[in-house]
Design a protein around this ligand. Structure first.
Ligand SMILES: [Zn+2]
Length: 376
């Protein structure tokens, strides 16, 4: 085992994730799993936390990992003690019984940051811009490098966490299969995936999936209301507004909170006004571009536009809009864009994202998008 790489992933994580409060919809699963350990029944050798972002699956895994490793967990059934030698090791990112892949553990995008699904440090945020998905690939050598750790024997629990498990290459997945087929005493594997459909079926059939996907609507509403209570203005915290946020986030509470806090979310009406002014010729695309450059970064404007486009499409298809707090139907009553117009604008948004990765200037990208928006 290369000691230099052994705990880089762990060092990249902030310690708070190990000791954060348990999310309310995870309480039952938490007690089921911890009770099994406390009553000397073994946990499944390999567990998979799968599902879309914003459900708190990573929060659950890191919390459970900390608790399993905690020396005092018998007397602290609700979470790692935070004080024992093991907890100290986690805090310093040097736990000898924890291995994490991929080795460079950084947020893929702003989402994984704001969703608090992945622990991160200021350093991560700075470098996140230059990190692409390819940096997350889990290669066969990474899996092979885990073998000595897994097979070393000895006392005490050892844990491997494979985040973004769908990023395993086929060779890596095949190497992992062998490990999954030969469970070692005291060794636990945790796989985490936002897109489990991309995992090999042979892998999925050998891991036990954690029941983290179901959240009672009332529990989600309660949680989001409470979380947003202190952070956004009062009128926006109405029940309707909360329900809308959760719906837009496909039922994922942490994603709903991130959405409410996104700079663009409060500018949806403004987008509509700009679009109408551009279309009617009351405003030039240059003026609109200048104005929006002071409102949002181009990336945020693209997110906003994508959200608006989704609802505009729904209305054009004769469905009701998901966002009921802005007058979208009214705005579309007298004019509806064509299918091809919608496609063209969606394509422009995609192309702009690509152009931005190639360092195209924000102003230039904004100018172009406003011209496109005027033609929608
Ligand atoms: Zn502890």
């Amino acid at each position: 085992m290369n000691d230099m790489t052994a705990n880089v992933g762990a060092q990249e994580r902030s310690d708070s994730i190990y000791f954060a409060p348990l999310l309310p919809w995870q309480q039952m699963l938490w007690s089921q799993l911890t009770q099994r350990v406390l009553t000397q029944q073994s946990l499944p050798h390999a567990l998979l936390a799968a599902g879309m972002q914003g459900m708190g699956k990573r929060a659950f895994v890191w919390r459970l990992v900390a608790w399993l490793l905690c020396r005092e967990h018998d007397t602290n059934p609700l979470g790692a003690c935070g004080a024992c030698e093991s907890c100290q090791w986690l805090k310093s990112g040097t736990h000898p019984s924890l291995q994490v892949l991929p080795i460079v553990s950084m947020p893929i995008n702003a989402d994984s940051d704001t969703l608090q699904e992945k622990p991160s440090s200021a350093k991560d945020k700075k470098s996140a811009k230059t990190t692409s998905n390819s940096a997350l690939k889990i290669k066969v050598d990474d899996i092979r490098a885990l073998q000595p750790f897994i097979y070393q024997g000895g006392q005490g629990m050892r844990i491997c966490v494979l985040d973004h498990a769908e990023q395993m290459t086929v060779a890596a997945a095949n190497a992992l299969l062998k490990t999954l087929e030969e469970p070692q005493a005291q060794v636990h594997l945790f796989l985490i995936s936002d897109t489990p459909a991309q995992l090999l079926p042979t892998i999925k059939s050998r891991v036990q999936q954690l029941a983290l996907q179901t959240i009672e609507p009332a529990v989600a509403i309660d949680y989001v209301t409470h979380a947003l209570g202190h952070t956004i203005n009062r009128e926006a915290v109405g029940k309707m507004a909360i329900e809308q946020l959760i719906q837009l986030a496909n039922g994922a509470p942490l994603a709903a909170i991130a959405l409410a806090q996104a700079p663009w979310y409060g500018k949806r009406s403004l987008w509509l006004t700009t679009w109408q002014a551009l279309r009617s010729g009351k405003r030039s695309s240059v003026a609109a571009s200048d104005y929006w450059q002071k409102q949002l970064s181009i990336k945020e404007f693209i997110q906003l536009s994508e959200r608006m486009l989704l609802d505009i499409k729904r209305i054009c298809l004769g469905l009701s809009e998901l966002q009921t707090d802005i007058n979208l139907s009214e705005a579309l009553a007298s004019y509806q864009p064509t299918d091809s117009g919608l496609e063209t604008f969606a394509t422009s948004l995609q192309q702009t994202k690509v152009a931005l990765q190639q360092n195209v200037q924000e102003k230039f990208a904004y100018d172009k998008l406003m011209q496109e928006l005027a033609c929608l």
